[in-house]
Design a binder for this molecule. Sequence first.
Ligand code: DX5
Ligand code: ZN
Length: 230
Amino acid sequence: MNNAQDSKAGLRIFPSLMCFDWTRVGATLREVEKAGADGIHCDIMDGSFVPNFTLGTDIVRTVRKHTDLPIDCHLMCWRPEQHIESFRKAGADIISIHAEATVHLQRVLDAIRKIGASPAVAFNPHTPLDCLRYVADDVDMVMLMMVNPGFAGQKLIPAALPRISECAEILRGAGRGDVAIQVDGSVSFEKAPEMVGLGASVLVAGTSSVLAPDMTPRKGILKLRKLCGG
Ligand code: DX5
Ligand code: ZN
């Protein structure tokens, strides 16, 4: 059992740092903590693997100083093997790497474990999940993108939804039904219950829910838990 696995049995909500109000990051961190968030999701984008730039090691290091919640770094960059150590040193507890971004997927997942972080493999909405059966023993979590990664506030890709149950089936088949399934992008109040019903247990909460402009973290996290039965 470790950070990416379910230590509390139930739903986990990871508010997404890129969706915070940047004029009050510290206050929002305290609010989400108080509201019962289970981790902080940090989107790392390199402007090449995805068409946007976002957070880096300095931000992760700063957040680390201000929270005890697990920090979940979602690396949307090519060749993540070149960066896992810096993010671990900055304070990442969970490191997700994209299956599409490296040639030696198993080696990098293994390296993440060896440097003391919890390894997770991420898939873009169109990427076949077949390789998962070969790395099921090397991960604590699988992350399924519900949108093309790169931006907050995008529309859900409907074809991404059935991939949650497909993923759960592959994991069960590999004897790893204990591996958590995380969903990221457009995890809305409307769609989250269906995602959980299909097998997701870790929700990245952004502008579609907890960090929507007309929401407060407290109300948003309560609402999400109520809707999803967690
Ligand atoms: C995409 C990002 C976003 C974000 C979630 O790469 O990971 O999915 O955190 O935010 P919303 O809810 O705006 O899609
Ligand atoms: Zn993300």
